[in-house]
Design a protein around this ligand. Structure first.
Ligand SMILES: Nc1ncnc2c1ncn2[C@@H]1O[C@H](COP(=O)(O)OP(=O)(O)O)[C@@H](O)[C@H]1O
Ligand SMILES: [Mg+2]
Length: 376
């Protein structure tokens, strides 16, 4: 089976290249890059929420620069008018006693959209948007709901809607199957790279055409789920329900397609339990505690290498920030902890992420030793 399937897939290679190029330029945004590329393949929408200045716009703009096609970008405020989203009402049509919107250059004609400050929009705006995202059709006024070409809608916000901001915002947030909180840069090396790199914009080699995105989607849809992966997803849903996390039926079903798309992105021939890693961004409703629960349950049941790597790197970072290198005993304790973390890395299935993480750890260990020697 493996041999038969190893035929070349140039579109998948293009995705792999963009994935590497985006992740290399954007600091500590590997997961967000994966999220967006997965959504693109799965034909779903992505919402990123995080404080101002954490690279959301840079990432979303970079991806949209790569995809080509017709783009639509809008920064929403409470004063944004419906016209700005779907186009003005045609005066010529009005004279003929008809109501019709001219949608040229607006969301109903876009292949890709970026909506910044999503939750700032008025209810009129949010309602129009909801229909487009939901049904992927738009009625310009003549009573005909025509399909829109929208392949991917990326949205950003500085905060999650609070429960008291009403059902409207929750409904719009629910249209985004992939959702993630973006945190500021965590590591020391990351911060150094942020400060001393002149230009953070990724240089993407070859753009991808809408038809190629569609092809990737068809290929991904054809990936089979292994029996292990099916069982793991069912077990994850059961566990989550016990913990009070019960995403709706539509969301659960959409997750199946998202995980398939992620498996395709990582170059796999079939969906395996480790690909459930991406489902942590789908299988919850309330952004408060539920994402963490979803991540824990998936880590426990499917144990994806990617999640272990992230977790171990966070531990390493905590050790490094808590260490006073001028204190020899403290530095020695930290070195022992880092060595233990490295042993855990060694126990994981080898792969590029594990290798990069180990190289990083080795580097930090060396610096730690040098610093404490200098302190003597
Ligand atoms: N993780 C990151 N990687 C690379 N550059 C970053 C990162 N976070 C912030 N920056 C820098 O800060 C700038 C502002 O980020 P931006 O994308 O506008 O933030 P946001 O949209 O989240 O408010 C970027 O253009 C980039 O130069
Ligand atoms: Mg921004």
């Amino acid at each position: 089976m493996k041999l038969l399937r190893s035929e070349t897939d140039p579109v998948r290679d293009q995705f792999a290249r963009a994935r590497a190029e985006l992740a290399a330029a954007l600091i500590e945004r590997d997961e967000e890059v994966d999220l967006i590329l997965t959504a693109l393949i799965a034909h779903e929408h992505v919402l990123l929420v995080g404080p101002p200045g954490c690279g959301k716009s840079l990432l979303l703009d970079s991806v949209l620069a790569w995809t080509g096609g017709t783009r639509f970008t809008l920064l929403l405020t409470k004063f944004t008018a419906v016209e700005e989203l779907v186009g003005p009402v045609s005066l010529a049509a009005l004279k003929a006693d008809k109501y019709l919107r001219v949608t040229t250059g607006k969301l109903p004609e876009a292949d890709y959209a970026f909506l910044d400050e999503l939750f700032k929009g008025s209810s009129a705006i949010l309602n129009v948007m909801l229909r487009i995202l939901n049904e992927r059709t738009f009625d310009a006024g003549d009573g005909v709901a025509r399909p829109v070409p929208l392949r991917l809608c990326l949205a950003a916000s500085n905060e999650w809607p609070s429960p008291d901001t009403g059902k409207e915002l929750a409904a719009i947030a629910d249209r985004f199957v992939l959702r993630k909180t973006v945190s500021p840069i965590r590591s020391q090396v990351g911060r150094r790279k942020l400060l001393w790199t002149r230009d953070h914009a990724p240089k993407l080699s070859a753009p991808i055409a809408p038809a190629e995105v569609d092809q990737a989607r068809r290929r991904a849809q054809a990936l089979p789920w292994s029996a292990d992966a099916r069982e793991a997803l069912e077990a994850v849903l059961k566990e989550l329900a016990k913990e009070g996390v019960q995403p709706g039926d539509r969301r659960q079903f959409q997750t199946v397609g998202v995980v398939r798309a992620f498996a395709y992105l990582t170059g796999a021939d079939e969906v395996r339990p480790e690909h459930l890693e991406v489902a942590q961004h789908c299988l919850w409703d309330d952004p408060g505690e539920q994402p963490r629960k979803a991540a824990q349950v998936i880590a426990r049941i499917a144990n994806p290498v990617g999640m272990r790597v992230t977790q171990l790197l966070v531990e390493a970072e905590q050790v490094l920030t808590a260490t006073n290198v001028r204190d020899l005993a403290d530095a020695a304790r930290a070195a022992a902890k880092l060595a233990e973390i490295d042993r855990q890395f060694a126990g994981l299935a080898a792969g590029p992420r594990v290798e990069t993480a180990r190289a990083y750890l080795k580097d930090q260990l060396k610096k730690l030793k040098l610093a404490s020697i200098e302190a003597v």
